[in-house]
Design a protein around this ligand. Structure first.
Ligand code: ADP
Ligand code: MG
Length: 312
């Protein structure tokens, strides 16, 4: 019976990261960008991984996307360890399943081709009929709201339009997972909101799993689940409560601030217990509890675990 349960979990999780370690070695130094990171992502989820600069976000995304290999640990895609993929399978994996959106969205686009020509490139590489590709490209440009810019060149677009074009371009291949690295890092507040809305709409309408990594805490309100990353490990996790998720969908995301004024907290917050039974406590928590030593007493009281200082 347990075996069935495991199989179910694997089906439900499109991505499972198990004990990922990534060490960058240079002549003088060794940086441990990921330090035993565990993360499960459900198919169809819209989630964000938030952490400070240098916490390992880009490294993690590149490993999930098959651009980089972990030093230790594994990534399962639909239950298959991607490190066992042959070179050919890896190319297929990246081409068919993964879409990348970068902060510098201009990196997704060819500067000397206009927006439509950029999207049509996909047809050329994948043997799609021109007419079919054109119709698909046009409908995607409509979907992201820049069909009126189809004849413009990337450098003629605003930051927000470039980002939309990059997203449309990525969607041409109908990826299962969209990986976005600081997608709102280079745009103003209003554009940021719109792009977040777009991610939400794509997730809901097309069922694409979306993983956004960012240092921007304000993104937390706009996704279903947030995990915090620090020092190359996941620390806490916040899950948008069902009632909010529903309202957010009904409102199409707008007016979230209004929603929050109703007073209740929008998220449930969890600490993550890793497979070895370890948990990371934040400085804030330790401060609030008045714990200032590194030796603590742990006891179980009424089915609750209590961590306290030794009083003697
Ligand atoms: P983030 O995206 O959260 O800012 P990164 O994943 O880019 O973090 O980096 C995590 C850590 O790994 C940082 O200390 C960074 O300096 C280091 N790092 C990232 N890429 C390399 C690399 N190619 N060579 C050496 N160190 C690297
Ligand atoms: Mg980064």
């Amino acid at each position: 019976m347990d075996e069935n349960k495991t199989a179910d979990n694997e089906k439900e999780n499109i991505i499972v990261c198990d004990n990922l370690v990534r060490i960058y070695k240079t002549d003088e130094t060794e940086v441990m960008a990921l330090q035993g990171l565990d993360l499960n992502v459900k198919a169809g989820e819209l989630m964000a991984i938030i952490g400070k600069s240098g916490s390992g976000k880009s490294t993690l995304l590149n490993i999930i996307g098959g651009l980089e290999k972990p030093t230790v640990g594994s990534v399962l895609y639909e239950g298959r360890d991607i490190s066992t993929f042959s070179e050919k399978e890896m190319i297929e994996y990246r081409r068919k399943n993964i879409g990348f959106v970068w902060q510098k969205s201009i990196l997704n686009l060819m500067p000397y081709l206009n927006v439509m020509q950029n999207l049509m490139l996909y047809a050329r590489f994948n043997g799609m009929k021109k007419k079919e590709a054109y119709d698909k490209a046009l409908s995607l440009l409509e979907r992201v709201g820049i069909e009126n810019r189809k004849d413009s060149f990337p450098l003629e677009l605003s930051g927000g339009e470039q980002q939309r074009a990059a997203i449309a371009m990525t969607l041409m291949s109908e990826p299962k997972i969209l990986l976005a690295d600081e997608p709102t890092g280079a745009v103003d507040e209003k554009t940021k909101d719109r792009i977040q809305e777009l991610f939400r709409a794509i997730n809901r309408e097309l069922g694409i799993t979306i993983i956004i990594v960012t240092h921007d805490l304000s993104l937390a309100d706009k996704v279903d689940r947030v995990v915090m990353i620090s020092d190359g490990k996941i620390s806490t996790e916040r899950v948008l409560k069902d009632e909010y998720k529903q309202k957010l969908d009904e409102l199409n995301g707008y007016d979230f601030e209004e929603l929050k004024k109703s007073g209740k907290d929008s998220h449930d917050e969890y600490q993550l217990l890793d497979k070895a039974g370890r948990i990371k406590l934040s400085e804030d928590m330790l401060d609030a509890a008045g714990i200032d030593t590194n030796r603590v007493k742990v006891s179980v009281v009424d089915k609750k675990i209590v961590i306290s200082m030794d009083e003697e």
